[in-house]
Design a protein around this ligand. Structure first.
Ligand code: NA7
Length: 543
């Protein structure tokens, strides 16, 4: 396919979120020609699309930020403990400008197809503007929570008012003042947006299929002293987050299990974490994700809190999750979520048994009743981890597509590559810790690993790298095995693909922790990329 005139790059990167931006920066450092394609008209990825009211990161801002440049982390001032979406987007834009990334990013352009040419060891990439180019490597930096999922609900298109999806929110501010609003879904996006929408709307009706556990954020402005506490210790904090913390978030680690304490002591410890707020609640003890009896103590504590906060006992009962262990679905972090149900203008509708029956021109029909609304918010989530990849027609060796290969669930080696698709890298792909971690920690680790790998290949004259089938099979088995030592597979979560009808049930992220995972990836590289085959025109026998 090396037609005269066909534009050729060393690397094509798909997506200009945090993964794609850093990938571009690093590959440029190797002196490579890189082209990034981004379907939005700006950088930021997930943070570009998710503009719903109340959207913010659940990982604290001093940690949900790049660590690769000390100047960057010293100069950027986060304003709050948890950064709101507009500030994260501003940060992404700042990074794009500071490192002069824009000249190599083509916005408003999707990658529609990528076909591997086995003779040339290159990818032929087709974009939505009708262009075709060749690239030695393709990096999928497509994000895990970027493919908003429209639910298949009867009558949805007949609705007369505005329909919004939290994951694909309009860029102009939306004002619900004076409107009757319906929200479908009670995951993180709903839990963040419901209190904000309730404060505007004349009436808000929340349709809940599965109640979720949520911990108060205790968000607050960051003081200069708090910022400095991080800044003056950043190297050590970042090192610990990468190497010692399972989820890539620097925090105080528990030294005991939940059943090691008596009831009063346990309650006191949960109370301390509840008051502190945030994701680290489930790290009060070291066995909450592992032992059902331990987990029950944490779940009971949160259920009791819900009963204390919510005045109407029936509503409180509905809001208390009782069908999955705490933390086995992504735990939510909120500001006044449960208390919002004490407002006179908010109604909770239980749709657990019958779902949404139908959307009518001005109502949602559920639980045998019509709920009149003017605007509808779908907080129904994403086709997570694989959805954005599946939209690209990726054709590997022997004409096999990635969608064919992954029809029974995604298979990768280390989450980084997949057999049959040489020179195709994935950032935070299935089989890596990704969504179970501070995403920026995982992104930086993957980008650094990929950069080292590409440099290794160039130094030694290799043209192609591919995951070996045995290595991939072993990795997939390991990912699965580790997942089943925890309580996670007990929930019908998007980690399992359970939110998408027909999607195979496979526990997608690697739960072994970012530190252990990093070590495995480093060892693989140190052993000359063990489990991968590399070839070059001179050394074709290696693949
Ligand atoms: P989630 O966590 O996938 O939540 C989606 C919610 O929408 C969840 O409560 C679903 O109920 C509900 N849902 C989905 N489809 C329907 C239909 N058809 N009818 C009724 N209810 C439905 O997505 P989020 O955007 O909130 O958060 C995603 C991640 O972003 C989050 O975990 C953080 O990591 C950040 P279900 O639970 O399936 O019964």
């Amino acid at each position: 396919n090396q037609d005269a005139g066909l534009k050729t790059y060393d690397v094509v990167v798909v997506g200009a979120g945090f993964g794609g931006m850093y990938m571009l920066h690093k590959l440029r450092g190797l002196g490579l020609s890189v082209r990034v394609y981004e379907q939005g008209d700006g950088v930021g990825g997930t943070w570009y699309w998710n503009r719903y009211p109340g959207a913010r990161c659940d990982v604290e801002s001093m940690q949900y930020s790049y660590s690769f440049s000390d100047e960057l982390q010293q100069e950027w001032d986060w304003s709050e403990r948890y950064a709101p979406q507009p500030e994260i987007l501003k940060y992404a834009n700042h990074v794009a400008d500071r490192f002069n990334l824009r000249p190599d990013i083509q916005f408003n352009t999707r990658v529609d197809q990528a076909v591997f040419d086995e003779d040339a060891n290159t990818w032929s990439v087709v974009t939505s503007d009708g262009k075709t180019m060749a690239a030695t490597h393709v990096v999928l930096a497509t994000g895990c929570l970027s493919n908003a999922r429209m639910p298949d609900i009867k009558g949805l298109s007949s609705f007369k008012g505005q329909v919004y999806h939290t994951g694909h929110w309009p860029h102009e501010p939306v004002d619900f003042t004076g409107q009757r609003v319906g929200v479908i879904g009670t995951g993180s996006s709903a839990i963040q947006s419901v209190p904000v929408i309730a404060a505007q709307a004349s009436h808000l009706t929340v349709f809940q299929r599965t109640a979720n556990f949520s911990i108060p954020a205790r968000n607050a402005p960051l003081t200069p002293e708090e910022r400095n506490a991080f800044r003056s210790n950043y190297p050590e904090i970042r090192r610990k987050a990468r190497e010692e913390m399972r989820n890539g978030i620097f925090q105080e680690l528990p030294d005991r299990g939940a059943l090691d304490d008596g009831e009063n002591e346990r309650r006191a410890r949960y109370e301390t974490r509840w008051e502190r707020g945030g994701l680290t609640f489930t790290a009060t003890y070291n066995n909450i994700a592992l032992d059902k009896a331990a987990n029950d103590t944490a779940a009971d504590f949160v259920r009791d809190k819900i009963a204390e906060i919510v005045r109407d006992p029936q509503t409180a009962k509905l809001l208390q999750p009782n069908d999955h262990p705490i933390g086995s679905k992504r735990i939510c972090v909120d500001t006044d979520y449960y208390a919002t149900f004490n407002r006179p203008n908010v109604t909770l509708v239980d749709i657990k048994s019958g779902g949404i029956e139908e959307i009518r021109p001005s109502a949602v029909r559920a639980a045998g009743k019509d709920y009149e609304i003017d605007a509808l918010v779908l907080a129904t989530g994403f086709d997570a981890m694989t959805g954005s990849v599946a939209k690209i027609d990726i054709v590997g060796r022997n004409g096999r597509t990635l969608n064919q290969k992954w029809a029974e669930g995604p298979r990768t080696y280390l989450g980084l590559m997949t057999e049959g698709f040489p020179n195709l890298f994935i950032i935070t792909g299935p089989g890596s810790p990704s969504v179970l971690s501070n995403m920026i920690v995982s992104i930086e680790q993957h980008v650094d690993w990929i950069t080292d790998c590409v440099a290794y290949m160039r130094d030694r004259g290799f043209d192609a790298i591919e995951a070996k089938k045995e290595a991939e099979d072993k990795w997939v088995a390991h990912v699965n095995e580790v997942a089943y030592t925890t309580l996670y597979p007990q929930a019908n979560s998007w980690y399992m693909g359970a939110n998408i009808p027909g999607k195979p049930r496979i526990f997608m992220p690697y739960i072994g922790g970012v530190g252990a995972y990093r070590q495995i990836c480093n060892d693989v590289a140190a052993k000359g990329y063990e489990g991968f085959a590399m070839v070059s025109a001179e050394q074709p026998q290696k693949m």
